[in-house]
Design a protein around this ligand. Structure first.
Ligand code: NAP
Length: 282
């Protein structure tokens, strides 16, 4: 069984991006800049924003965090986004989700200029992914493809893939990306009948449901590659995925663990998208 270690892969990719940015600076160019907008004081969001800042620093990318009071109006928030759209020195804009309940996530994301939408959540970029045009791919699904590539999987012709979960953030985009790799993809969700036997036919299984160790060996085809996107906090305070790692590890050919799997790749792909935005704008 091969472990697909996102922490090791992301360290390698970050090092490559650092070299690229050092070269840009050496040739007299500015550094790429990522703006993160944080509204309110959700503790989890604060932690995520801090890890994004740290990741930027690690590769020599500039970051700007705009902290806004949780009582800000929709209009005021959109004005802040528009200022960042207009700022020529800004390459990527990310609005940390979730927003406080009185604000609209959809309206806010729609205000981000698509060429700075490094989270890939703007409907324009979602449409690009759907229709095979060049746009920004959401970070977690993009990271999953990089993880598959890292174990030599580029083409899934003749193979079956199952994606458990159909969110805009993970399930839907990864199903399109797997299709692009020529897999025959089945989407599994909470209304799927006999989900375990559907998944048991899959050569590649992606789990993104947010349920602690929900997927066991009854769901997994022997020899399958399993990507576990879930991040769940157990009663003992430790993190675990949607897949019962101990139960399936002996029958899979490769699996991503939680932690040290998909999580680090998501932040890494945010950096990659921001660098790409910089290069496209240049
Ligand atoms: P989400 O928006 O809550 O969507 C969950 C999906 O799972 C829904 O489509 C739901 O189906 C489906 N589902 C729920 N229970 C199910 C079941 N018993 N059987 C089959 N499908 C079921 O979640 P998300 O944002 O995609 O995130 C999923 C998990 O990934 C969470 O643990 C999240 O923390 C994690 N995550 C990790 C990263 C990372 O960087 N590692 C990034 C993003 C998310 P319905 O549509 O029918 O309700």
């Amino acid at each position: 069984m091969e472990l697909i270690l996102g922490n090791e892969l992301s360290a390698k990719l970050r090092e490559e991006m650092k070299v690229k940015i050092d070269e840009l600076v050496f040739s007299g160019k500015r550094r790429p800049l990522l703006t993160v907008i944080l509204v309110g004081d959700n503790p989890a969001s604060k932690t995520y924003v801090a890890s994004k800042e740290k990741a930027c620093v690690s590769i020599g990318m500039e970051h700007r965090t705009i902290r806004l009071d949780g009582s800000i109006t929709q209009e005021e928030l959109e004005k802040v986004v528009e200022e960042q759209n207009k700022d020529d020195g800004v390459d990527g804009i990310l609005v940390q989700l979730p927003l406080p309940k009185h604000l609209s996530e959809i309206k806010t994301i729609e205000k981000i200029s698509p060429e700075k939408d490094v989270d890939g959540l703007h409907p324009y970029n979602a449409g690009c992914l759907l229709t095979g045009r060049k746009g920004f791919v959401p970070c977690t699904p993009k990271g999953i493809v990089a993880m598959l590539n890292s174990i030599g999987i580029y083409d899934l012709s003749g193979k079956r893939a199952a994606v458990v979960g159909r969110s805009n953030l993970v399930g839907k985009p990864i199903s399109l990306l797997l299709q692009k790799m020529n897999a025959t993809v089945t989407m599994v969700h909470s209304r799927t009948a006999d989900a375990a036997s559907v998944c048991k036919e899959a050569d590649v299984l992606v789990a993104a449901i947010g349920k602690e160790k929900y997927i066991n060996r009854e769901w997994v085809k022997p020899g399958a590659v399993v990507i576990d996107v879930g991040i769940n906090r157990m009663e003992n305070g430790k993190l675990c995925g949607d897949v019962d790692f101990e139960d399936v590890k002996d029958i899979v050919s490769a699996i991503s663990p939680v932690p040290k799997g998909v999580g680090p790749m998501t932040v890494c792909m945010l950096l990659a998208n921001t660098l790409e935005a910089y290069e496209r704008r240049a």
